[in-house]
Design a protein around this ligand. Structure first.
Ligand code: TA6
Length: 304
């Protein structure tokens, strides 16, 4: 049975996922983008800009956009690729994945169009399974090369996390890693601290990270645990005040209540021969505790 597609207040077609535990998620066909994820206490876990423009083809500033076939701004392609600016459709043939349970899971697909082939002359199919479970949200992206020649791409799942106060947030699991600093012409540095904290703009691509990264929101006693596979890198981004003012679809004060911690494949491009398929996986979950409560030992989260 195809998932139930409804139209939101903005008129955009979307699918609502629910699970018996009481959490929910909203997925737009536009951009194949999760725009809301609420826990069993109906608290919103994802950030949506107070100035977000929900009007295609504008990218939507919040939720979980997909950056494909490129992360960043290089060459002829638009920044972060075009997948987030396209209307996706329901995938009736998600094999080899087993058919999804339609209440809490949806399969989406984006196929290259003649228009896309003008900017990125490679024929592809991008599939995304989004599954909701108690306390977790799982995304399984797959790219299939339907072209007659090999192609390569970079990829990111951009998670706009909602936080209570960015200056009180710590990101654990990135210590001692190398990163490209987008604020310093992508120069390579090594993380010296045992936790990334925020008192200004941060725009970094951490390389070959552990498969688990913890984002700890002290005030909310909430930790986002990001588990990922097939996506070796992680982007950490907060625009802070100046960049926030410069972005037309970003509220001036919004930087205080958001942080992007993305699962990505950027340093080494993914190469696919004809008919080959790449698969990635990301699971976002939340645990109710904070560092100082001693209940959550980030070391255990990362290494547990
Ligand atoms: O990852 C950070 C970044 O590349 C920043 O440099 C900033 O431009 C941000 O993404 C937002 O990009 P967007 O195209 O969504 O405005």
């Amino acid at each position: 049975m195809p998932p139930n597609i409804i139209r939101g207040v903005d008129g955009l077609p979307k699918v609502i996922l629910t699970e018996p535990g009481g959490s929910s998620a909203e997925v737009l066909l536009f951009g194949g983008q999760v725009i809301s994820w609420k826990n069993d206490r109906r608290e919103e876990l994802l950030f949506m800009s107070s100035k977000a423009i929900l009007k295609p083809p504008n990218a939507i500033r919040g939720g979980i956009p997909i950056c494909f076939p490129q992360f960043g701004n290089f060459g002829t392609l638009e920044q972060h690729g075009f997948a987030r600016n396209r209307m996706w459709s329901i995938d009736d043939c998600p094999s080899p994945l087993s058919p999804a349970n339609n209440q809490s899971s949806v399969d989406l697909i984006l196929k290259s169009t003649d228009e896309d082939l003008k900017t990125w002359p490679r024929s592809f199919q991008l599939r995304l399974r989004i599954s909701l479970g108690p306390g977790k949200l799982t995304l399984i992206p797959r790219v299939r090369n339907t072209d007659s020649r090999p192609f390569s791409f970079t990829f990111a799942i951009r998670n706009y996390l909602s936080v209570s106060d960015i200056s009180e947030v710590r990101v654990e699991g990135l210590e001692t890693l190398d990163y490209f600093d987008n604020l310093k012409q992508r120069q390579r540095f090594t993380e010296q601290t045992d936790a990334v904290t925020f008192d200004g703009e941060v725009d970094r691509i951490y390389l070959s990270t552990p498969s688990k990264i913890a984002t700890i929101d002290h005030e909310k006693k909430r930790t986002f645990v990001l588990r990922k596979d097939g996506l070796p890198d992680a982007v950490v981004w907060n625009p802070w005040d100046k960049k926030a003012k410069a972005l037309p679809d970003f509220g001036d004060e919004d930087y205080k209540v958001m942080l992007c911690v993305d699962s990505a494949a950027i340093e080494n491009r993914i190469v696919l021969k004809p008919c080959e398929e790449w698969r990635g996986c990301q699971e976002l979950s939340t645990v109710h505790s904070s560092y100082c409560s001693g209940q959550l030992d980030p070391w255990k989260v990362i290494h547990g």
